[in-house]
Design a protein around this ligand. Structure first.
Ligand code: MRU
Length: 357
């Protein structure tokens, strides 16, 4: 999507005069630089690289809801850093409490957001100083970088020489503070010389595959082919895909998981064609309080996202629309779940091994 308009999102003087203790941080889609928190506006990719200020909690809530900042791990990291920056700016306990509630509920499906915000809130209510909040938010950023590395090593070990893989949505560096989850695995398999090709689902309706994953793969020089979501089954039937790696927004205790809508259909197709199917997720995406996929809240988004794209509309305005942003893939379709700590097979997931970690 090409968005017009100036690339300026400055917050105003009250956010320009803060004292800084937060250290500089850099990832592909998020940075702390010049005493401010910045997020890359992912709605403008791949055409424009435009950075938005992220220091004000309500501005950050808007960035998260518009998907300028997106991807399960990244929204948790961004919200935690924003909260710490707000504390650094001298926000009152009441203002922090409100910021916590708004940031935590900005999107409902990715549990990483609640996981990160609950850690920040626990530190605050435990009497943590501003410096401790800043240190914790920095640690959440750095943990995510390390989790991605561990996922990449474990997942890439599944890929044999010459394999072509398929991925859906964007579970890459744009979606995390590190190299990504599913795309991190793909990147590592490529570095090891084992990966021959990546097929990228465009990922309707918001095209995270076409706009974001393809952009990352071009930058990384990884050979890939973009397809519409409806073309994946043909590739599988023709034996052109040996493995599917996808991200996750929430993994339930029984191994069911939510990810970008279309993932469930892809898993059904993979099972039908005997193609191994692997969700890739850091521990921060596992929600043991969720017994199974039925308990995962699924975000529904605006009808306009399906009737058209950006300013272009191709469906009648009067047509009713169904637009769940995520779907749930049952554990019975999972070959194995790649976690930072282990790779769990479907049998191990069914035996409840996730809860015993
Ligand atoms: O709506 P989005 O773009 O935030 O959805 C993102 C996904 O579904 C990703 O696959 C998931 O968050 C994992 S990102 C490492």
């Amino acid at each position: 999507m090409r968005r017009s308009g100036p690339c300026d999102n400055r917050l105003g003087p009250e956010f320009d005069e803060r004292k800084d203790t937060m250290k500089p941080l850099h990832s592909l889609a998020l940075k702390v630089e010049g005493g401010k928190l910045w997020v890359l506006d992912q709605t403008r990719l791949p055409d424009q690289e435009c950075w938005l200020e992220g220091d004000a909690p309500m501005a950050m809530v808007g960035h998260i809801q518009r998907l300028s900042v997106r991807g399960a791990p990244l929204i948790g990291v961004a919200a935690a850093l924003c909260f710490a920056r707000y504390a650094e700016g001298g926000a009152s306990p009441k203002a922090l409490e409100e910021a916590y509630r708004h940031l935590r509920s900005a999107r409902p499906t990715a549990v990483n957001l609640m996981w990160a915000m609950d850690r920040m809130q626990a530190a605050l209510s435990g009497g943590g100083s501003v410096l401790e909040l800043v240190n914790l938010a920095e640690a959440i950023f750095e943990e995510d970088v390390a989790l991605c590395e561990a996922l990449a090593d474990r997942g890439a070990a599944l890929v044999s020489r010459g394999e072509a893989v398929l991925t859906h949505c964007n579970a890459g560096a744009l979606a995390t503070a590190g190299i990504g989850t599913a795309v991190g695995v793909i990147r590592r398999a490529f570095e090891l010389g084992n990966l021959s090709h990546v097929y990228v689902d465009e990922t309707r309706p918001l095209l995270q595959g076409a706009r974001l994953t393809a952009w990352e793969l071009v930058r990384a020089g990884i050979p890939h082919t973009l397809i519409t979501d409806s073309m994946a089954a043909i590739l599988m039937r023709e034996g052109r895909v040996q493995r599917v790696f996808v991200g996750a927004d929430r993994v339930a205790a029984n191994g069911d998981f939510a990810n970008k809508v279309g993932t469930y259909g892809l898993a059904v197709q993979a099972a039908h064609h005997g193609v191994p199917f692997h969700p890739v997720a850091p521990w921060s995406t596992v929600d043991l309080a969720c017994p199974n996929g039925h308990a995962i809240p699924i975000e529904e988004r605006r009808a306009e996202e399906v009737r058209g794209y950006g300013e272009l509309r191709w469906a009648p305005e009067a047509s009713p629309v169904f637009n769940p942003s995520f779907d749930v893939t049952p554990v019975g379709l999972v070959t194995s779940l790649v976690l930072d700590r282990a790779v769990l097979t479907q049998a191990e997931l069914r035996a409840g091994k996730l809860s015993r970690f």
